[in-house]
Design a protein around this ligand. Structure first.
Ligand code: SF4
Length: 103
């Protein structure tokens, strides 16, 4: 099992989770024209360190919690892995989309 980044990250890409990951398996990229992040299910060790870092609660703890986005994370991970790291947005930066609420 692996943690999964869901559509709440779409258009946000806070990237606060990246520094928390001990195996560096969270990658940035664009998905359908919007900024996004994915977790590489081949490398994730299910430690849970990333989850509390997300200001909009975009991370869920396994594939069963979001099969649709688990498939997206898995499919995009090989391509996103090659992307340059991004500068994290401040955790208190207001979400770009009004439906994404800061927690
Ligand atoms: Fe990285 Fe742990 Fe989050 Fe998996 S659960 S993406 S290993 S921080």
């Amino acid at each position: 099992m692996a943690y999964v980044i869901t559509d709440k990250c779409l258009g946000e890409q806070y990237a606060q989770c990246v520094a928390a990951c001990p195996v560096e398996c969270i990658y940035p990229g664009d998905y359908k024209g919007e900024k996004f992040m994915v977790i590489d299910p081949e490398l994730c060790i299910n430690c849970g360190a990333c989850m509390p870092q997300c200001p909009v609660l975009a991370i869920v703890e396994n594939e069963d919690a979001s099969p649709e986005w688990a498939a997206v994370n898995k499919a995009q991970a090989p391509a996103f892995k090659a992307n340059a790291k991004v500068e994290p947005r401040p955790a208190n930066d207001p979400p770009k989309k009004p439906e994404h609420k800061l927690q």
